[in-house]
Write a protein that binds this ligand. Structure first.
Ligand code: SAM
Length: 390
């Protein structure tokens, strides 16, 4: 889908799913963070859009604001920074925010008619001038195409209290690799988000330069040489994930894949954070998405282990635990960390699997150290030591 030119556009099922995740995550985020005693927290919507869709559905800024309005007031100031480049959409967003009425004193909304990069630099400047840490900040990076240079994502993640949810529009990149016939000649697929006059105006070299900038690497050029679509998909996904981990030093990187009803990847959502609780809450949000028949929404960690959220965990987690730990000893805390950081599953899933392994004939798990009086099949103590059979 080419970026819409109109001020508002229709909400598609994939965006609806993205909003469901955003809503669930922000609900937890806005409840939990104020309890940490922070003076302020910030939701930074870098590609805010007009605030509503043509059918009247809320856009991401209004979703975020409604959550705050539905919660009791807190001593923590909640800062909402909505950045939108298009003047008509800024106007629509102003109207959408105004329609919510007078906002309580602890909610502060700033609509910034600018571009993401400039607005983020403006956002951090006063903190840096005071040598004060940034407040815990959730940055939602939701452009139409692949217009966001990796260096900006890196900049956002260079602040330890910032986390990022980024929409990687895989479909757009795929369209670049396999352009529709009628567009192939000009190569000008992204009229609306073309770079400014200072950069090459259009055509394949300009789009290639944008991809270099988007990935922060030229390695995508190797990845797209593969003739196998699934392999290209995987290589490009893995490249971005690696960049987040290695170049942006994000401690936890999770990715989620949205496929349409033709089984084609529409987008990946990348979540990058240094915060363990943030990761737990994001996974919780993912597991609650109700995909329905229009698309599938899965964890994107391992192409050989597709895990669909909402489905029973099956034996995928058992296989992953056995692969990782067979023949070794680990504490319950270590197993929990592995499950959280390296698999699609949640901490709530793995104890059931440990129990299955312990009760198997012959047992695939034995207990090396446990608190006195521990009941068989329970793993409440984090420093319990387990041994996984080879
Ligand atoms: C996919 S839409 C955002 C949708 C919105 N996040 C939502 O979920 O409702 C992308 C928006 O980013 C705006 N935009 C494009 N380039 C931008 C930039 N460099 N900085 C800020 N906004 C930009 C577009 O005008 C468009 O409204």
């Amino acid at each position: 889908m080419a970026p819409p030119r109109s001020t508002v556009w229709a909400l598609d099922p994939h965006t609806r799913a993205k909003h469901a995740i955003l809503r669930r995550y922000l609900q937890a985020w806005q409840v939990i963070l104020p309890k940490g005693g922070f003076q302020e927290i910030a939701y930074f919507d870098g590609f805010a859009g007009p605030g509503s869709y043509s059918g009247g559905e809320d856009g991401s800024p209004i979703i975020a604001l409604r959550i705050a309005l539905g919660l009791p007031a807190t001593p923590t100031r909640i800062r909402f920074v909505f950045v939108e480049k298009d003047a008509r959409r800024v106007e629509a967003l102003n109207t959408a925010v105004a329609s919510l009425g007078t906002l309580p004193a602890h909610i502060d909304v700033q609509i910034v008619p600018s571009d993401f990069e400039t607005a983020f630099a403006d956002f951090v400047r006063p903190y840096e001038a005071r040598r004060a840490p940034l407040p815990p900040t959730f940055a939602f990076i939701d452009p139409f195409g692949y217009s966001v240079p990796f260096s900006i994502v890196q900049k956002v993640l260079s602040y330890p209290s910032c986390e990022v949810l980024l929409n990687f529009m895989y479909e757009e990149i795929n369209r670049f690799i396999n352009p529709p016939k009628e567009k192939q000649q000009s190569g000008n697929l992204f009229e609306e988000e073309q770079p400014g006059p200072q950069t090459p105006a259009s055509g394949r070299p300009a789009l290639e330069a944008r991809l270099d900038s988007f990935f922060g690497s030229v390695d995508w050029r190797v990845a797209i040489k593969s003739d196998v679509a699934a392999e290209r998909n995987r290589l490009l996904h893995d490249l971005y994930s690696r960049q987040l981990k290695v170049r942006a030093a994000a401690k936890y990187v999770r990715s989620f894949q949205m496929k349409n009803d033709r089984d084609v990847t529409d987008y990946f959502l990348f979540f990058a954070t240094k915060n363990r609780l943030g990761l737990q809450k994001m996974k919780e949000a993912m597991w609650r998405v109700d995909a329905g028949g229009e698309f599938t929404f899965s964890d994107a960690t391992d192409p050989n282990q597709t895990v669909l959220f909402g489905e029973p965990t099956g034996d995928a987690l058992r296989k992953q635990l056995v692969n990782r730990f067979a023949g070794t000893r680990a504490t319950v805390a270590e197993v929990a960390e592995f499950v959280l950081a390296e698999t699609a599953f949640r901490e709530t899933h793995f104890k059931r699997v440990l129990k299955e392994l312990e009760k198997a004939t012959p047992p695939a798990l034995s207990i090396v150290r446990a608190p006195a009086g521990r009941k068989s099949g329970t793993y409440a103590s984090e420093d319990m030591l387990l041994e996984f059979t080879k």
